[in-house]
Design a protein around this ligand. Structure first.
Ligand SMILES: Cc1cc2nc3c(=O)[nH]c(=O)nc-3n(C[C@H](O)[C@H](O)[C@H](O)COP(=O)(O)OP(=O)(O)OC[C@H]3O[C@@H](n4cnc5c(N)ncnc54)[C@H](O)[C@@H]3O)c2cc1C
Length: 287
């Protein structure tokens, strides 16, 4: 289908107005959309909606015990933001492993989330941080918003709970409690400019040699970026000595569901999950 309409609105209500009819492709940084279109994997719809000029999607702000990160914030902006660096170090760490400077200047966090690749680098950290997707629509002339926990947002590769008339406006992340520690790990076949073969996010609140409110999230080991809830239950309160760490790492290896592809075999991914989860927990225990 050829694009018949191109819009670049300057306000959220205007952007949502264009989404009302469905049949619209949303364009942010274009770093996923353009290569996918050129490769024939995505066909642009009748309307192309460039949301880059919508100011409501560009802010990072504190709101009632949480931080709202606008969907249009680029990876570079996240890396430079003092609040993100100070309170969401695990997310900043993922941004620091993301592609190249050129890509980081264009790629948005909203695009990373809505592209819904199981390998998206910000996704495991966002799951660890209990982020919610804030979605807006304008069904009958007034702007309506709803929030969906990110753990329920991803439905399959490239598929999310976002309706066609909705725009992702922001990621809302509760401020982590005192004593929160987070760690991110990404493995790719090359050290730079590579999509993850696996990624891991670990988080929790230090309680002696254990973690409370434990979170374990994995990328590129299932059809969606996933929380490993069974392994989390093992991690919760477990003393992080060698035996405890090995129990958690094996529970994680049993829970992930990787496939063979050009980046790694399923077997290798499982071994990486085991070994790297163990190494990361060891690091948490020694911090
Ligand atoms: C060379 C190269 C290297 C890369 N390296 C990495 C990497 O290391 N790590 C990584 O995670 N990714 C990587 N990517 C993928 C890509 O850069 C990211 O996923 C990026 O965050 C996408 O953001 P974008 O703003 O460019 O999204 P776009 O390409 O503009 O959009 C992506 C998808 O999200 C939808 N969308 C965008 N914004 C919204 C919104 N606000 N509401 C609803 N839907 C929306 C679009 O319609 C589209 O379907 C790489 C890509 C390339 C080409």
């Amino acid at each position: 289908m050829t694009v018949e309409h191109y819009w670049a609105p300057r306000s959220l209500p205007d952007a949502l107005e264009h989404l009302r009819g469905g049949e619209v492709t949303i364009l942010a940084g274009g770093t996923d959309l353009m290569p996918q279109t050129h490769a024939g994997r995505v066909t642009l719809k009748r309307g192309l909606l460039n949301v880059r000029r919508v100011p409501e999607l560009q802010r990072i702000e504190r709101v009632d015990g949480a931080v709202r990160i606008g969907a249009l914030c680029t990876i570079t902006e996240l890396l430079r933001d003092p609040l993100v660096r100070e309170r969401f170090g695990i997310l900043a760490e993922a941004c620091d492993h993301f592609a190249s400077d050129q890509l980081r200047n264009a790629a948005t966090i909203g695009g990373n989330v809505c592209n819904a690749s199981p390998a998206g680098d910000t996704l495991a950290p966002l799951l660890v941080l209990d982020a919610e997707a804030e979605l807006a629509s304008k069904p009958n002339g007034t702007v309506k918003t709803r929030r969906v926990p990110l753990a329920a947002f991803f439905l399959g590769p490239g598929k999310t709970a976002r309706r066609p008339d909705e725009l992702l406006c922001a990621l809302r992340i509760p401020l982590p409690p005192e004593g929160f520690v987070g760690r991110f790990y990404k493995f790719g076949t090359r050290p730079a400019l590579d999509i993850s073969a696996i990624s891991i996010g670990i988080g929790g609140v230090r309680d002696g040699l254990a973690l409370r409110h434990a979170r374990l999230a994995y990328g590129a080991v299932a059809p969606v970026p996933m929380r490993a809830t069974k392994a989390e239950a093992v991690l919760e309160g477990t003393t992080l000595d060698a035996a405890g760490i090995a129990r958690v790492a094996s529970a994680a290896r049993d829970e992930v569901r990787p496939i063979d592809d050009i980046r790694a075999s399923a077997w290798y991914r499982k071994e990486l999950v085991f070994n790297m989860t163990r190494r990361m927990l060891d690091d948490v225990a020694q911090a």
